[in-house]
Design a protein around this ligand. Structure first.
Ligand SMILES: [Zn+2]
Length: 369
């Protein structure tokens, strides 16, 4: 049975008239957020207006742009430009995966009557530059939409400028991959006592600027900690995305033929042993493959030293390169945290250079035969 459309909807459908109050869409706004604001301004029920625009009562139904254009009085192209969900191949598209609240000061400045939500284009959409506000909220999984002023946080603003510059120079996909790698490395380091960014001067200073000098306790993943971590993430991203710095990190290893093919064979044999002793099906555990291979990297080299000097200057002054894990590798005690994540990154990058497009476990499965 068909759902009966509500009366205001019939009316709008019948007359085909534009809504009396015009509301401009905000950049990257969610369609649902825009329809809500449009309904509010015109004293309509948002669900009814949504049904009019989609022709469907289901909340996830896609809007019909011709109807939205007629009701809102904005041309289709303007709507497509502003609202990422409506974009076609003529516009820049990006994966619509993370929603964040739009800057509340931008909303007020544009006369928005309610908070609005936007699609985050990438991890660089964290700051409203006009109002100098942190808008990205906390880590995923937190329902924390707090926005913070970063007007007196020059390092965060500077990091954001650098982040945008890295995207211009190296492209968004590469920069985003490097940013995610940097985040992973910093979070792994945080679990160690040596390189926990929580105990760095810069982090403490930024937290004190947010919370005042008497702050006592922090929750990992909250908005203030995520914002205070950001400069270090971008600083490490710079090294991981730049071909120049990557070359320095890898060249000594590649020139010396590391990881040595013989050692790879030893690793493969050890994995074979592992599979015989443990009742396990499926692919070779990547942790074990990595664990066995990272131990065969060089301890030192001139290019590596240049890379590490820059890392210590810009990211972590306490860092020591040590490709040998603190504890001997044991097949029954696996876990990425025993190995330095930056060492793993070098190992992974070398593998990608030598065997592009092939997963490490695939390579090992081939060697094993
Ligand atoms: Zn703003």
């Amino acid at each position: 049975m068909k759902n009966k459309l509500p009366d205001p909807v019939c009316e709008l459908r019948r007359t085909g008239a534009a809504l009396p109050r015009v509301v401009a869409p905000l950049p990257a706004e969610l369609v649902s957020s825009y329809i809500h604001r449009l309904a509010d301004a015109n004293l309509l029920n948002a669900a009814d207006l949504h049904t009019t625009i989609t022709g469907d009562r289901r909340t996830r139904a896609a809007p019909r742009i011709t109807i939205l254009a007629r009701l809102s009085s904005f041309p289709e192209n303007t709507l497509r430009h502003a609202l990422p969900e409506l974009r076609t191949d003529d516009h820049e598209k990006w994966p619509l995966s993370r929603k964040i609240p739009g800057c509340t000061l931008c909303a007020t400045a544009r006369g928005a009557t309610r908070p609005f939500r936007v699609w985050q284009r990438g991890p660089e959409d964290v700051v409203c530059r006009r109002h100098r506000r942190w808008i990205a909220g906390a880590e995923d999984g937190w329902r924390d939409d707090e926005q913070l002023s970063v007007a007196d946080q020059p390092e965060i603003l500077q990091a954001h400028r650098l982040h945008l510059r890295l995207i211009r120079n190296h492209g968004r996909p590469n920069t985003t991959i490097a940013f995610n790698q940097a985040t992973w490395i910093l979070d792994e380091w945080r679990k160690t006592e040596e390189y926990d960014y929580y105990s760095s001067l810069g982090f403490e200073h930024r937290i004190s600027t947010f919370l005042g000098p008497d702050w006592q306790q922090l929750t990992i993943g909250s908005t203030v900690t995520v914002a205070a971590r950001y400069p270090r993430q971008v600083a490490l991203t710079r090294l991981l995305v730049s071909p120049f710095w990557k070359e320095h990190a890898l060249r000594d290893q590649l020139q010396a033929g590391r990881p040595h093919p013989e050692h790879r064979l030893q690793a493969a044999t050890a994995i074979g042993e592992y599979r015989r002793t443990i009742d396990m099906w499926g692919p070779i555990p990547l942790d074990l493959a990595r664990a066995l291979m990272v131990t065969y990297l060089l301890l030192d080299g001139p290019h590596l030293r240049t890379f590490l000097d820059e890392l210590r200057r810009t990211v972590e002054p306490r860092y020591r390169w040590d490709p040998i894990p603190a504890k001997p590798v044991r097949a029954d005690l696996l876990g990425a945290e025993k190995f330095d994540p930056l060492v793993q990154w070098v190992q992974d990058e070398i593998h990608d250079r030598l065997h592009p497009g092939q997963q490490q476990w695939e390579y090992l499965a081939e060697v094993l035969g």
